[in-house]
Design a protein around this ligand. Structure first.
Ligand SMILES: Cc1ncc(C[n+]2csc(CCOP(=O)(O)OP(=O)(O)O)c2C)c(N)n1
Ligand SMILES: [Mg+2]
Length: 554
């Protein structure tokens, strides 16, 4: 084998990416992309890159999204030409809307083979439209080179001003990479020095005066910064369960009811928003109120502005001065009454050791009832929340369970993920496999748990396919199986439309045997129906991949 311009360009581009912070690359098999794939595997062999192979490009895209979510630096995705490219679109849209950096390296035919009916050739440049911060149709190696492209792509993916998306906010970047035969050749042995990813200089923070009665709203991916602002301001903190900010002394329980309360929600003068709130009507209504001053810290590719006068800020700091204790106190007093008690009652020790046979029998019976108590959604989310610790990761799907979790769970400082950019039910498991791979790299401990509904699982079944020659992630995919999409039972139309039509078009019943599905893909399977069985499976050390089915009532 001799060298080829395609192989040289591919190796230099990947070396450039590694020098600028890229550590993970997800690839799907294909011919046109062979030079990139071979260079990637070579670099992986030299310990310079982690390569993750996924057959389905949609899965590959979401896996990369999960890796980037966890690492905060762009993950590269490599695929071949044709429909393969289009399969990346769902992950690209989510990454744009949730502000996650991503690099799409799509192989293409050279320009002379485009638009002339050549095999597997389509219109790839510009395919991702408004959802990429930048798109480059690179020259064919030999006609030009790809020098500098990698560094530039990383900068823009990390938020450098690109004209598309908000400056300072990360997102996807598309490099369309054409090549001519020979598509591969001897890979050049390049000196590669891993370097850090650039982070755009943060613009000056907006200072928040103390005057107005303020609440801090933490939506998806707000992170601990939201808790810090609430702490500094002495303001009540409304933190969605997917925010990563649901902890601390300012945290408000049962925020839906409190926002509906005219004495609390009704008296809000200012809302400071971090992340992307999506889980309650109450927060959406608050942010749409024109009498409320809304300050939104930039987050995804688009500004948040539901009331037509929201001010956007790159970051915020609180002016020094005394906090409004009365305001915070009113919220925290009301919040204390909203705490949901899901604790399993302590065993009746006295009854169990009583000398009276009847008393002992009653105590044993009560104990057995508690153990056998069937699971409902609240108990399920509570058990998963309790089992999760800071070295673990928890990913929520866009099923009913995330809303239940948001309504009932208390504060806990654990890393949480969810694709709330567009709240799709696609790609949940794939994203979680990426999160698991990144968070468990280099011997790190912890389990990645995914909590989702049955349709969300079935939508992303392809993500259960993991290559046997890659490090197996420690994962628990916990499926609340209610036989279809029960989220739609809460739609207004459910009250009027014929039940059979509703079932067919919305609930979409299925009778998939999840056990066989799990086993076919090499996942350990558990079916649990009681709280004690669930606690047991969640607290037993996890060595590999488990699918845990929890049957739920519709
Ligand atoms: C890609 C995509 N398609 C469709 C939807 C609309 N959708 C929202 S929830 C849902 C059903 C979810 O069912 P399941 O995961 O079983 O959760 P459940 O509602 O039963 O808790 C659907 C189809 C979506 N969010 N994303
Ligand atoms: Mg369901």
């Amino acid at each position: 084998m001799t060298s080829s311009p395609a192989a040289d360009a591919a190796a230099s581009l990947l070396a450039d990416l590694i020098a600028h912070g890229v550590r993970d690359l997800v690839l799907s098999p294909g011919s046109r992309s062979q030079a990139l794939a071979l260079a990637a595997v070579d670099l992986a062999g030299r310990g310079l890159l982690r390569v993750h192979v996924r057959v389905d490009e949609r899965v590959a895209g979401f896996t990369a999204l999960g890796l980037s979510r966890e690492t905060g630096v762009p993950t590269a995705v490599v695929c071949t030409s044709g429909t393969a490219v289009a399969n990346l679109l769902p992950a690209v849209m989510e990454s744009f809307h949730s502000g996650v950096p991503l690099l799409l390296l799509t192989a293409d035919r050279p320009p002379e083979l485009r638009g002339v009916g050549a095999n597997q050739a389509t219109i790839q440049p510009g395919l991702f439209g408004p959802f990429v911060r930048a798109a480059v149709d690179a020259p064919v190696p030999g006609d030009g080179d790809w020098a500098g492209l990698g560094a530039q792509a990383v900068d823009i993916a990390m938020g450098a001003n690109a004209g598309v998306g908000l400056p300072g906010v990360a997102g996807p970047v598309h490099l369309n990479l054409p090549s001519r035969e020979p598509l591969s050749g001897v890979a050049p042995m390049l000196d590669v020095t891993p370097g850090p990813a650039s982070r755009p200089e943060p613009p000056a923070a907006r200072e928040l005066a103390r005057g107005p009665r303020t609440v801090v709203i933490a939506g998806a991916d707000a992170g601990p910064a939201a808790e810090q602002i609430a702490h500094d301001g002495g303001w009540p903190l409304i933190a969605e369960v997917v925010s990563g900010a649901r902890f601390g002394r300012q945290l408000v329980h049962g925020y839906r009811a409190l926002l509906d309360d005219p004495e609390l929600g009704g008296r809000i003068e200012r809302a400071v928003v971090l992340g992307h709130p999506t889980l309650s009507r109450q927060v959406a209504r608050l942010l749409a109120r024109t009498d409320v001053e809304v300050v939104a810290v930039r987050h995804g590719g688009e500004d948040l502005d539901l009331n037509g006068r929201t001010v956007s800020a790159a970051s915020v700091v609180v002016s020094p001065g005394p906090a409004d204790r009365e305001w915070l106190g009113a919220w925290l007093t009301a919040s204390a009454g909203e705490v949901v008690d899901l604790s399993v009652s302590a065993p009746d020790a006295e009854g169990l050791s009583s000398k009276d046979v009847a008393a002992r029998r009653d105590a044993v019976r009560a104990e057995l009832d508690a153990v056998r108590r069937p699971l409902d959604r609240a108990l399920l989310v509570d058990a998963v929340w309790r089992a999760t610790w800071p070295h673990d990761r928890l990913m929520f799907g866009s099923s009913r369970l995330v809303r239940v979790a948001d309504s009932v769970l208390g504060g806990k400082k654990v890393p949480v993920h969810a694709n709330r950019g567009l709240a799709g039910i696609d790609g949940t498991i794939a994203t979680a496999t990426g999160i698991a791979a990144a968070s468990q790299a280099e011997g790190a401990h912890g389990v990645t748990r995914v909590l989702l509904g049955d349709l969300a699982l079935l939508h992303d079944v392809g993500a259960l396919l993991l290559p046997p020659d890659e490090t197996q992630p420690r994962m628990q995919v916990i499926v609340g199986n209610d036989g279809g999409g029960t989220i739609f039972d809460g739609l207004e139309v459910a009250a009027s439309a014929p039940p059979a039509d509703l079932d067919r078009a919305f609930y979409t019943p299925h009778d998939v045997r999840l056990e066989q599905l799990a086993l076919a893909y090499g996942w350990e399977y558990h079916r649990v129906t009681t709280r004690s069985a669930l606690d047991q499976v969640l607290t037993t050390p996890v060595a590999g991949r488990q699918l845990i089915e929890v049957p739920l009532e519709r």
